[in-house]
Ligand binder design. Structure first.
Ligand code: KG4
Ligand code: ZN
Length: 409
């Protein structure tokens, strides 16, 4: 089966085309997938001036970029087929216009696309409907509805966090010379630490598609804390890579850390598995204000703060993870995914943890830690293989659901 996948939940517009076959199935999840096309446009630079994602700008950019990305992904997949005459009947265009009434630029570009190209040989459309930023999600959802209607295809709803969960199967570097992609298999039960800009969750999966969230942040997500602390230190956006660069530099320098640079480990000793990162951010704010008053906020001190911040995050994350494993000793796999799983220190620390506890450790190749349309493609593929017809939704009823939790699937 060949599916086209759309992701617009935050500030990445992405479309992939993947194929999966019965013989690639490994009992609980796929062990191979064929990546026919994969195109992505990141808006990170545009949002940088706001120090975070600005929803209406994200919406506008998705509307502008989806058709070019679709064209690019289809070209890679050898599915961009010139049409001798417009490929979508005139009678259908009124309804498509209505579906895309809030995205006029997207509609205009899609009309030109339909005038030039045939329906591609795909079997279904999958789209991320949540969680994420509502205005951004709606663009992808409406685009999926328009394409499904134009091409008479069924639709599959993908959950963004389930996408991150499955992204951990992509452990090898992507290689577009060769479209077959070998995937790691997940041995269940699995525990997943899903850390991103919008979410911080510990999730238990006893079997495929069955999730229980038993820890989450009560306020800021880890990635959000990284971004906010980066702003306090006047670093760029996204903050994660900037902070970890400074922190690594300080660690490598082998210098002594100034004893005033100390940050709290919020909720680390609490028995529950929830997190809180807003206090950590506030502690950085106070520290920065004090140092500024003294005129001591220089680059060296900033890298010390970045280092201490990373240690604080690592301590809290490891402590909660240990508790999660104490409560679930039969777990076989540790998954680490979400944008923050690009973090070198956490990748290593969780790797050590997995080794100590003899766990299979799965985390995405660095290119796929951030949002992309391959992870949700794999989530939809796994869902289709297990649930068959039940995985489909009527495209007319597709809706964005900005707070769709992974344990509500
Ligand atoms: O999953 P993602 O791409 O988008 C959301 O769904 O939120 O996650 C983005 C988050 C940002 O907050 C970014 O600062 C963080 O992931 N991030 C990192 C690193 N790279 C990205 N955090 C820590 N260390 C990194 N190397
Ligand atoms: Zn994400």
């Amino acid at each position: 089966m060949k599916i086209l996948n759309i992701e617009t939940s935050c500030d990445e517009s992405a479309i992939s085309i993947v194929e999966f076959k019965d013989e690639y199935w490994a009992g609980e999840s796929f062990k191979q997938i064929d990546i026919l096309g994969d195109s992505l446009n990141s808006q990170a630079e545009l949002h940088a001036e706001f120090g975070g994602v600005y929803p209406n700008l994200a919406k506008r950019e998705h509307s502008k970029n989806l058709v070019p990305i679709l064209t690019h992904a289809l070209l890679q997949a050898d599915m961009l087929l010139r049409a001798p005459k417009p490929s979508v009947e005139k009678e259908k265009l009124d309804k498509i216009k209505e579906i895309l009434q809030r995205e006029p630029e997207l509609y205009a570009k899609l009309l030109i696309f339909f005038a030039q190209y045939e329906k591609p040989p795909i079997d279904a459309i999958s789209v991320v409907v949540g969680p994420g930023l509502a205005p951004a999600l709606w663009v992808g959802v409406n685009f999926a509805r328009a394409l499904a209607f134009a091409w008479n295809l069924s639709a599959v709803k993908a959950n963004h966090m389930e996408g991150h969960f499955y992204s951990a199967q992509f452990k090898n570097p992507l290689n577009f010379e060769k479209e077959e992609y070998l995937l790691e298999t997940i041995d269940y039960p699995a525990i997943a630490l899903l850390l991103s800009g919008g979410h911080t969750e510990i999730v238990l999966a006893n079997e495929s598609l069955k999730y229980k969230k038993f820890g989450e942040t009560l306020d800021d997500a880890v990635g959000e804390a990284y971004d906010k602390v980066a702003r306090l230190l006047e670093l760029g956006y996204p903050g994660g890579p900037e902070i970890s660069k400074l922190s690594d530099e300080f660690e490598k320098s082998n210098k002594e850390k100034d004893e005033r640079i100390k940050l709290p480990r919020p909720k680390m000793r609490d028995e529950d598995l929830n997190f809180s990162f807003s206090g950590l951010k506030t502690a950085v704010l106070r520290l920065v204000q004090d140092l500024q008053k003294e005129g001591n906020l220089n680059d060296d001190i900033k890298s010390q703060i970045a280092y201490e911040f990373e240690l604080a995050v690592q301590d809290v994350v490891l402590s909660k993870l240990s508790k999660a494993f104490e409560q679930n000793p039969s777990v076989k796999t540790l998954i680490f995914a979400g944008g923050v799983s690009a973090n070198r220190r956490l990748r290593d620390a969780l790797g050590d943890f997995a080794k100590e506890h003899s766990l299979k450790y799965l985390l995405p190749t660095k290119e796929l830690t951030g949002d992309n349309a391959l992870m949700s493609a794999l989530a939809s593929a796994n869902r289709l293989q297990i649930l068959r017809e039940k995985a489909f939704s009527d495209p007319d009823n597709l809706q964005a659901d900005s707070s769709w939790e992974i344990d509500e699937l």
